[in-house]
Design a binder for this molecule. Structure first.
Ligand code: GBH
Length: 476
């Protein structure tokens, strides 16, 4: 396509930056080191039958002890920026009370190591590892958790604010609220109606309060990482179209409307009205949530097909917040990844162009995650020829370049993920890394996709000069 340069690699505008992303619980291990408290994921993993093979994040990639090696891999890659998350239970083991300096020390070392390697640190403050003590007090169902989150944010920015160039308050609040409190496939594993909706509002309040704290501390770029979904009706029927609208509230509107349009969702009242109206909101919440951001993070993996379906629970009062008469599946004759997710790169372009069209107030976009889980293919020469992942990344970066060409203001891209890691309820079986991790020896092996991505970054830099990330100098 015309978005590919003569070398066959997708091309991006000058200043566009590239990086890789991870999350604390998925890679760090060292679950009880230096005073870290338990998170809801430690509890969930220890609940029989919840996570595949009884896997836990106790050791994971042992990044906590091997971060220097991992930063060296990022440097070799030529990454402009590294997106990691801070584990709240390391910084504040019970989610309230005094800071645990030894826990913050880890991120201090990591940030310095990144800066020494010329890589911009980009920190996510919440990637799902809520301190268990806070869950015991109601978790995201209660507003006080959002207030605790603001305190914790203050502790982190006080220590790292001089060096972190980019902040994301939350990662995929959709998953934290609905997969955690309604589907029950993520920690804390609840299956609720009102509780999940309350959680969604309190997560947004937490985002707003944390944004305020970050601004007051003079933080550079502030944003949030969302997973807006491209929803496709299963057929041309009116029923399936209505199911897409119902699901759209849950996946997209409940987040995007308050963040970028100054309103709570006002449509599909029949499904959502009673649930949304029951949320305990305070005056001023919309202003708090809708504060201007420097960027919106978009995590994109695949399109979702939605069809009309009967409710699982006939009694409306007992339904979970995801039992909305909509079924999600995939239909179509395309390759799927080992997650069972269809590979349809053009839908990435569609999602981004539609997002911008729908929300004129949308800030610049950063792709905070994109990648694919593929089979673990170590060949006799010890290399990992992950051709399916290379093809996935190539297709999606071409689609992203196409969105940029069509006028979407995209500033950068993080591949998910730097390392194979703990894929939540799927354990270690699904591998998203551009670097392979041998879970017996913890040896890291860059895959073909790593070398491909490195080449793309090198060509981009040669053509366009250095990226303009919000890189900051260490305090002198
Ligand atoms: C992202 O989640 C995450 O940010 C990241 O941590 C993760 O490793 C990565 O993508 C790859 O998955 O069918 O209701 O059980 C992506 C969102 C998480 C996809 C939950 C669907 C199962 C939901 N997803 N998942 S459910």
């Amino acid at each position: 396509t015309r978005q590919e340069a003569a070398d066959g690699l997708p091309r991006f505008p000058p200043g566009f930056f590239f990086g890789a992303a991870t999350a604390s619980y998925q890679i760090e291990g060292a679950h009880d080191a230096d005073g870290r408290g338990p998170s809801i994921w430690d509890t969930y993993c220890r609940t029989p039958g919840k996570v595949a093979d009884g896997a836990t994040g106790d050791v994971a990639c042992d990044h906590y002890h091997r971060y220097r090696e991992d930063v060296a891999l990022l440097k070799q890659l030529g990454a402009d920026s590294y997106r990691f998350s801070v584990a709240w239970p390391r910084v504040q083991p019970g989610g309230s009370g005094p800071v645990n300096p030894a826990g913050l020390d880890f991120y201090d070392r990591l940030v310095d190591e990144l800066l020494a390697a010329g890589i911009e640190p980009a920190a996510t403050l919440y990637h799902w590892d809520l301190p268990q003590e806070l869950e015991d007090q109601g978790g995201w169902r209660v507003r006080s958790t959002a207030e605790r989150f603001a305190e914790y944010t203050g502790m982190v920015v006080e220590r790292l604010g001089d060096r972190v160039g980019r902040w994301m308050t939350l990662n995929e609040p959709f998953c934290a609220a609905f997969v955690g409190y309604a589907v029950g496939r993520h920690a804390p594993g609840a299956q609720e109606g009102a509780g999940a909706i309350a959680a969604s509002h309190h997560l947004l309040v937490a985002h707003g309060l944390a944004t305020r704290v970050l601004r007051e501390a003079g933080a550079r770029e502030v944003g949030i990482a969302l997973n807006p979904d491209h929803l496709v009706p299963a057929s041309s029927s009116a029923e399936d179209a209505a199911a897409v609208r119902r699901a759209g509230v849950l996946h997209n509107d409940i987040w995007l409307d308050p963040l970028f349009a100054g309103r709570y969702p006002e449509h599909e009242r029949e499904t959502w009205g009673p649930l949304l109206d029951a949320v305990p909101r305070l005056d001023g919440d919309l202003e708090l949530i809708g504060q201007p951001l420097d960027f919106v993070g978009v995590n994109f993996y695949r399109p979702i097909t939605v069809s009309d379906t009967p409710h699982r629970e006939p009694d409306p009062a007992r339904r979970t917040a995801v039992d909305i008469g909509a079924a999600e599946s995939w239909q179509g004759d395309v390759r799927t990844t080992t997650m069972g997710w269809p590979v349809v790169p053009a839908t990435f372009t569609d999602l981004l162009t539609e997002l911008v069209a729908r929300y004129p107030g949308l800030p610049p976009v950063v792709i905070t995650e994109n990648g694919s889980a593929e089979a673990d293919t170590v060949s006799a020469d010890g290399r990992v020829h992950d051709t399916d992942r290379v093809e996935y990344l190539h297709g999606h970066l071409v689609a992203l370049a196409e969105a940029v060409e069509r006028g979407v203001d995209v500033r950068g891209y993080y591949v998910w993920s730097l390392l194979d890691n703990f894929e939540w309820a799927f354990g270690y079986d699904r591998r998203f890394g551009i670097v392979r991790v041998d879970y017996d020896t913890l040896t890291r092996t860059p895959k073909d996709s790593y070398h491909w991505y490195r080449e793309l970054i090198a060509r981009h830099r040669a053509a366009d000069g250095p990226a303009s990330t919000a890189r900051t100098a260490p305090a002198s």
